[in-house]
Design a binder for this molecule. Structure first.
Ligand SMILES: *Cc1c(COP(=O)(O)O)cnc(C)c1O
Length: 296
């Protein structure tokens, strides 16, 4: 759907001093236009929807948290590809830049209490929430069994760009859909996948395994870098919001590393760099960090 996102070396003294080679897979640049929230794994997962020829004038319904990048991505897609959007948002009615962005693109916002939200995959509940059979339903985060090979492409692209499989492939996780695709894609290679969840809790490994289908592969999950939880950040991060941006950026205090999207990638880079300092990667190892992007 788009040309491969760039793969760039990450030359930080703390990495090179340990004899490691690190690359950043710039999937934040996987976008139709720079700066759009329709980017990275959100485009990869939505690509079957965006390729449909029967979208014009239809309504696409999806689910998400109030700060969900997926919500902003689908709103941008609706505007670009000419379909209507309707969002079923978890929790109390609120407004924030993400929801304002969706509403400004004509997106309908409905708020669901958490109990109803949890039942979103139940067929009867779903029929009640979305009674019109003409509406197209996209699951939370855009993640479905169909998205497995699409997010796996993130890994295959990287291998083609490097010319070999890296020793480590590190990425963030929200629904775990991208991680499941990457783990399945890396099965049978020498790459070890490391997952750094953006949410607190110890359930991510199981969630990823459930989404992997028949693929059998080992991977690691490092949940401690999620800190206080989803969209909650350590006090020492410098957060700022560039003029006109949808979300803040985080300066995680590493010289030479540009400010990152805080919900996912700042936690991921914090985790990888912490593991580098702890000597977790053997000298000579090649590490790829997937910059899944995020909305700035
Ligand atoms: C959505 C998103 C993720 C999480 O992807 P999942 O497939 O839901 O795990 C990670 N990084 C960014 C920037 C995202 O927008």
């Amino acid at each position: 759907m788009l040309p491969p996102s760039p793969l760039e070396p990450l030359l930080l003294p703390e990495i090179t001093a340990r004899g490691l080679r690190c690359f950043v897979k710039r999937d934040d640049r996987y976008a139709f236009e720079p700066g759009s929230p329709l980017q990275g794994n959100k485009v990869r997962k939505l690509s079957p929807l965006l390729r449909r020829s029967d979208l014009a004038g239809r309504t696409v319904v999806t689910f998400g948290g109030a700060y969900s990048n997926h919500v902003a991505a689908l709103a941008a897609a609706g505007e670009r590809f000419g379909f209507r959007t309707s969002f079923l948002i978890r929790g109390e009615p609120v407004r924030n830049p993400v929801l304002d962005f969706a509403a400004a693109r004509g997106g309908e916002l409905r708020f669901l209490d958490r109990t109803t939200y949890r039942l979103r995959d139940d067929a009867a509940t779903l029929r009640q929430l979305v009674p019109d059979p003409d509406h197209i339903i996209v699951p939370e985060g855009g993640t479905s069994t169909a998205s497995l090979p699409l997010t796996g492409e993130l890994f295959h692209e990287t291998v083609r760009q490097l010319g070999y499989a890296p020793d480590y492939f590190c990425l963030s996780a929200g629904t775990g859909g991208t991680a499941a695709g990457v783990v399945a894609a890396a099965a049978g290679t020498t790459t070890h996948v490391e997952v750094f969840p953006a949410l607190r809790g110890e359930w991510m490994a199981e969630t990823i395994r459930r989404q992997m289908g028949n693929a059998r592969a080992e991977f690691s999950v490092f949940s401690r870098y999620a800190g206080r939880g989803y969209a909650k950040f350590p006090a020492h991060w410098q957060l700022h919001r560039p003029a006109g941006a949808l979300a803040t950026r985080a300066d995680i205090g590493v010289a030479g590393l540009p400010p990152l999207e805080p919900v996912y990638t700042a936690k991921l880079f914090t985790g990888v760099l912490d593991r580098v300092s702890a000597g977790a990667y053997p000298s000579g190892a090649v590490i790829v960090v997937a910059h899944t992007g995020g909305i700035y």
